[in-house]
Design a protein around this ligand. Structure first.
Ligand code: ADP
Ligand code: XUL
Length: 536
């Protein structure tokens, strides 16, 4: 491949729950451009709320695959209009909300290969899906299939030992099993199943591309030590699945060259490489440069997640996930995920603080660490950690008695404290003990929230200059993949990070507050158990 000098920009794309975001960096890791599309407000004809459609059963959650297709055209159109020099992009990679699946029907590959720049992507691709509404990570409708998997594979620990996690409702393998059982025609006429992360580069290359080993770890289908599909896991999912998935690939490898559609329509260089995409959390790990045990990230986006670097995996039969590391093919990462993240905080903000983050923060400032012993569990969406499918708010006073309501300032503090206590508790359960924390995601812009995070964990909290670590991490990975490809061998990720800007300290812990939260943790765990037994 030619090494063209003007190709010195690297493009990270993040297809998250609510938006499609782009970050472009130069070879010194300096951010040179950003752009985004919001699904609800920019593409209202798809009628999504928070980027998704919720089913009447309260458990099924999907997103229209065609919306993501249209979002890609819209984003690139905006970037072209802003004169962002797409012709200088050497490589693109990206990130997708994890676990969601995209279903291509037989013949779709032909349509992808023959894209022409005379029509939009959505005009050309509207008929390629065998299932139009893609199940996404918020879906919790596959409890039956999870039980079937655990039974077939020898119990939750056996599933976790092979795939990195016990069977989880949102994990793609269980979603595929449900599709096979409930929509046999849809399954049978499918030629390829992609993850959201491998879907976007499928559009960019005009051909099917591999699922990467890191996002592939979120399917309950891959053997995380061999980095290959596990036959045992595929066999209890659906027949003929291996052919529909393609082979998993290491995350720094090249998926292909950009399709001429994007060269002709948006001015990309024909030599622009597409590196294998990965999940949003793996990309955030890359963007936050977590390379040592004790470096923890707390991501406060649509989902809240806690994750960190791991050299030796210890998969748990009860909670948390182990994924293959996206930038160090020999290492791993551990992650705990919450469905009740930003949207739940927004609910409390709307109900108790007149919809204003300012007022929400005034209430946070007014209250005392530990909230005078009041503790609340805010389950707006069926929760993943701990697994609670019944929605509702459960509040306990300082004596551990259930109460109907809290005054607004107590309510606001209770939702934030409860979320961080839970993260400390469940993170520690799978070996994630913080030495310092990097906060990211939309809510990491909120200083009041970060102060409570520092106090609960007892460590300093840092932030990056931008809150979207997934698209930044993707841009870093684009440079990394491009360098590995140029040299024909894997280059340690740390080598490309030398010019990365320092993180900014955003909150420091208060010793007294930390002590209060440390003693509160036991009570929190007891109430969590009690609530799970009694139901919310
Ligand atoms: P995604 O996971 O879809 O990428 P983001 O990381 O962009 O989501 O986070 C979006 C969320 O950030 C919004 O739902 C909003 O609730 C939250 N957010 C934005 N600003 C603030 C703020 N000042 N305080 C608390 N939360 C905020
Ligand atoms: C992680 C998870 C969520 C999604 C959000 O396991 O389900 O964090 O990746 O996009």
């Amino acid at each position: 491949m030619k090494n063209r000098k003007h190709l010195n920009y690297f493009f990270g794309l993040d297809s998250s729950t609510q938006s499609l975001k782009a970050t472009i960096i130069d070879s010194q890791l300096k951010v040179v451009a950003e752009c985004s599309v919001n699904f609800d407000s920019d593409l209202p004809k798809y009628n999504t709320t928070g980027g998704v459609h919720r089913g009447k059963d309260g458990l099924t959650v999907t997103a229209p695959a065609l919306m993501w297709v249209e979002a890609l055209d819209l984003l690139l159109k905006r970037m072209k209009k802003k004169h962002i020099p797409l012709n200088r992009i050497a490589a693109i990679t990206g990130s997708g909300q994890q676990h969601g699946s995209v279903w291509f029907k037989k013949g779709a590959r032909q349509a992808l290969r023959h894209l022409t720049d005379g029509m939009t992507l959505s005009e050309q691709l509207k008929h390629i899906f065998s299932v139009k509404d893609s199940p996404v990570w918020m879906d919790s409708s596959t409890t039956k299939q999870c039980k079937q998997r655990e039974k077939a594979m020898g119990g939750p620990q056996a599933v976790a030992d092979i795939t990195g996690s016990r069977a989880y409702e949102r994990f793609t393998g269980n979603q595929i099993a449900k599709m096979y059982q409930k929509n046999r025609t849809g399954y049978n006429c499918t030629e390829r199943i992609a993850l959201v992360s491998s879907f976007i580069p499928t559009l960019l290359t005009g051909d099917y591309v591999p699922i990467d080993v890191s996002d592939g770890s979120g399917m309950n289908l891959m053997d995380i030590s061999s980095r290959k599909w596990s036959k045992k896991a595929l066999d209890c999912t659906a027949p003929g699945l291996s052919a529909k998935l393609g082979k998993p690939e290491l995350s720094h490898k090249v998926a292909g060259n950009i399709h001429s559609y994007f060269v002709e329509r948006y001015g990309f260089d024909a030599d622009c490489l597409i590196i294998v995409f990965s999940g949003d959390n793996p990309n955030s790990l890359a963007g936050l440069r977590l390379q040592r045990p004790g470096d923890l990230a707390v991501s406060l986006g649509t989902s809240d997640t806690v994750f960190g670097f791991l050299s030796k995996p210890v998969p748990s039969a009860s909670e948390g996930h182990i994924f293959v590391n996206p930038v160090d093919p020999k290492a791993y990462m551990a992650l705990v995920c919450y469905k009740n993240g930003s949207l739940t905080r927004e609910h409390v903000r709307d109900d108790s603080a007149d919809g204003s983050w300012e007022k929400f923060n005034k209430y946070l400032k007014r209250g005392k660490s530990g909230n005078s012993g009041n503790i609340g569990f805010y389950i707006n969406e069926p929760e993943i950690t701990p697994p609670i499918l019944t929605t509702g708010i459960t509040r306990y006073d300082s004596a551990g008695r259930r109460v109907k309501s809290f005054p607004p300032a107590v309510e606001v503090r209770a939702v934030v404290e409860g979320q961080f206590l839970s993260m400390r508790l469940h993170g520690e359960n799978i070996g994630l003990k913080a030495r310092n924390i990097l906060a990211t995601g939309g809510a990491s812009a909120n200083k009041g929230i970060l102060k409570i995070m520092a106090d609960v964990f007892g460590v300093p909290v840092y932030v990056a200059r931008q809150t979207s670590s997934a698209s930044l991490g993707a841009a870093y990975r684009a440079l990394h993949g491009w360098i590995c490809n140029r040299g024909g061998k894997y280059v340690p990720y740390s080598k490309i990070l030398l010019a990365a800007p320092p993180f900014k300290k955003a909150a420091v812990p208060d010793k007294k507050a930390f002590a209060i939260y440390s003693s509160m943790l036991k009570k929190y765990a007891e109430l969590e158990n009690k609530m799970m037994v009694q139901g919310a």
